[in-house]
Design a binder for this molecule. Sequence first.
Ligand code: GLU
Length: 410
Amino acid sequence: MKPTEATTLNFSRAAKLLGISDRLTKRLITPKREVKVECTIAMDDGSPGTFVGYRVQHDNARGPMKGGIRFHHEVDHDEVNALASLMTWKTAVVDLPYGGAKGGVTCDPASMSDAELQRLTRAFTEGIHDIVGPDSDIPAPDMGTNARTMAWIADEYAKFHGWQPGVVTGKPIELGGSYGRESATGRGLLYALEAYVEDVGQQVGDLTYAVQGYGNVGSWAARLIAERGGTIVAVSDVNGAVRNRAGLHLGLLDEHLKVTGTVAGFAGGEAFDKETILAESCDVLVPAALGGVIHRDNASDVRAKVVLEGANHPTEPEADAIFEAKGIVALPDIFANAGGVTVSYFEWVQNRQHFRWEEDRVNTELRRVMRKAYADLRAVQRKHACSFRTAAFVLAIERVAQATELRGVG
Ligand code: GLU
């Protein structure tokens, strides 16, 4: 199923529960603006390299549009479109004064040099600088991009509009980034899970975890969960997977990762087929890699009781139906992984105030936002007797629809 099909299905189910009009439904589904740009750069060997970049601005009823920029070989128009709409619903679930957008460039960053990546980032920024800005659309890191990419975007944007740090978030601290932004998505996952497990009378530290994807999101979530006493029994990345029933030693794993760049080959556990990590025996499965990884053909293999979605749209709607039948609870992406955009919001607020928060304050505020979102979500879930995913869409659509109506639907 295409990502937009899946997102529209989730949207429609919730819109029906809310009983919103067809006219408003159409308006909320249709992106405001979709931009596709050609980015031609000189590769290191002197040959020209042409890449395609996208920025989709989905909705701005609740405020400036917000969302990351992805560099990945699978980036395409449909995926960016779906991810842009998910950002609208995500910012609404955690009640940030933002709309949603997403960008992406189809490229393979692992095979490119730093100089090529910088040239590509600048070419892409040149293509979209007129439609982004601190009051209109604020990019951030996503898969394949990081603080350094954001620094290049801010610098390139400054050539056209002057230095405005609030044009992107997830910047290096030295350039107006926020303490705690790098770990924020992983930390938000911890706080989302904490709120849920407390609600059902459990503790984060009593559970076992398998993490698919040991990049920024997955590794931070694992580290912070392990600090709370949780047992990380398996992790995987694009190169391989490793498991240890007694719990992986994450400090040693990080050392191995620093040297080899992968979790594969880590001596503190047993290697296994990375394709089977979703079927690992554990209490909580954390998909923190690509979208669409849990589908109708493998959802029934999941043995976890809870799926904590670190990735965007990791679970297909057909897999959701299987989870519901099996009593598996999915804490959906638009709630669970909202910690990243929440601390992006804090960074943007700090930029606008020319003021820096201490990391403790960032983390305390993040926890407050995630717990409030969980309480709101739980109330909707009870009211409609539905899954957390449907509840999250209901909550988000209700908020965006209200803002849209208040601003006046033409
Ligand atoms: N790329 C992240 C996400 O998907 C963060 C977006 C942001 O900080 O604007 O939520």
